[in-house]
Design a protein around this ligand. Sequence first.
Ligand code: ARG
Length: 456
Amino acid sequence: MWGGRFAEGPSAVMREINASIPFDKQMWRQDISGSKAHVAMLGAQGIVSTEDVAAIDAGLDRVATDYADNGVPDDLALEDIHMLTEARLADAIGPAAGRLHTARSRNDQVATDFRLWVRDAIDAVLAALTGLDAALLSRAEQHAADVMPGFTHLQSAQPVTLGHHLMAYHEMVSRDMARFRDARARMNLCPLGSAALAGTSFPIDRHATAQALGFDGPTRNSLDSVSDRDFALEYLTSATQCALHLSRLAEEFVLWASQPFGFVALSDAWSTGSSIMPQKRNPDAAELVRGHAGRILGCMTSLMVTMKGLPLAYSKDMQDDKPPVFEAHDLLGLSIAAMTGMIDSATFRTDRMRALAESGFATATDLADWLVREGGMPFREAHHVTGRVVKRAEELGVTLDALPLHEMTAIDARIDARVFDVLSVDASVASRTSFGGTAPANVRAAVAAARGGEMA
Ligand code: ARG
């Protein structure tokens, strides 16, 4: 393609280090679409004859059919998907193929293909996250009133509902989706026609190609167009943030599936056995979701470091933009699918959650709040009195709601029998009706609002 100026071919290693076909062949569909839009525009603008446009367009269809049927070969000599497709087109239709690359460079071509690819990738992620969110909402609704210990410092803190806990992840997933949508809207401008870096003297119509490819319009600066990879980085930062959320949820599944917690039993389909310990049901999928988050973050770091020192405009370093994006996308897709499957099929041990919620004096704050409300105490004093009550319950080996009233009045005479209204874990969660609180009624309202597409 560029041999005119060269007496010798590249060395074998040069060829290998230079070639991106082993990975950029993933973009063959986008490359064909971009070329079809480009050649149609060249015809409409009178830059290429109608006959040649028809031949090129039909030839591109033939190349596409061949790729779809037989795969895309790793032809290192042809370097990348752009040159391979052009060579295949020449095989198919002869010298007219040479007109396709008029008013175009691989620099704007690859920027266009990659944007199209990332746009499709975002659509796939959004569809997958919609499924994950539906799983969270349905399990949250099912367990809207089931009590579990809420933790801070991984110490029993206050009772919460399992539905509320799951809805916390709904919030994270909603923000992740918003980040992907936002990235998609920002990247949806077409670089095609920026040519190598400076634009072109041919009378092209960039608005037409942008529209044909479903972009909102053409990019505004040719140098930026061929140099910008922030669209790929926004995909990766959004993917990383999403993976971090999945990783936290996965970590909770790992903890919850452990014997000391016993909060969840993973279905057979989402656990693995041990080759030596017959009793084992390991949460491997959850562990790998946690692990994949690290790799996705690595992909993001990789492209950031590739880009950070590059002068304008295109440098070949930028060819290394694709492997981390492709890898992150595969890992994220698997992670979302695995989390969705685990959530859909998990059995939550609500009896065990309730027993632990009741055992950790988790309603101590409710007692302190009651002392403020009914006993007129300043909160600090109420905190102190409650601490003494907890100590006494601990000595007697009972939960707060099983501590006899006389034990409490011996500590503070302002306590009376009405206190039992707030000491059970059910009373505790039912009372947390402040906006965004854990009460079952709030959880149900939040699920309904999420399904209706409004903010709860
Ligand atoms: N394969 C290259 C890439 O992925 C596109 C080619 C641009 N090459 C060039 N010599 N300007 O970035």
